[in-house]
Design a protein around this ligand. Structure first.
Ligand code: FES
Length: 103
């Protein structure tokens, strides 16, 4: 399924990069820009980023389920990951609203 129409990136390609990043450091916080940087791509309109965030969360959960991390480790990490992405999403919305008001 095509996720990023600006760069023609599929969900499969994004998942593969997320797995590679998690293999390098399974407890790092992954953001869309990090995924795109690893693919040598850039967000253009960034309209795909919310879907990339969902893929990051799903793929990270699957990765840790296969890796047999303890439930406490997974719960703690996934809570931090979700909170991190929620805060970023909220900051993006606020930034857009401020930009809209100024225009
Ligand atoms: S849809 Fe991905 S950057 Fe535009």
């Amino acid at each position: 399924m095509l996720v990023c129409s600006c760069n023609y990136i599929t969900d499969k390609e994004i998942r593969e990069v997320i797995y590679e990043l998690l293999d390098a450091d399974c407890w790092q916080l992954i953001v869309p820009a990090k995924v795109y940087h690893a693919m040598e791509k850039r967000g253009r309109c960034c309209g795909c980023f919310p879907n990339v965030v969902d893929l990051i969360i799903q793929t990270t959960e699957e990765y840790h389920a296969r890796r047999h991390s303890t439930e406490a480790e997974i719960f703690d990490f996934m809570s931090r990951l979700r909170k991190f992405h929620e805060e970023n999403r909220r900051a993006d919305i606020e930034r857009r609203q401020k930009g809209h008001r100024a225009a």
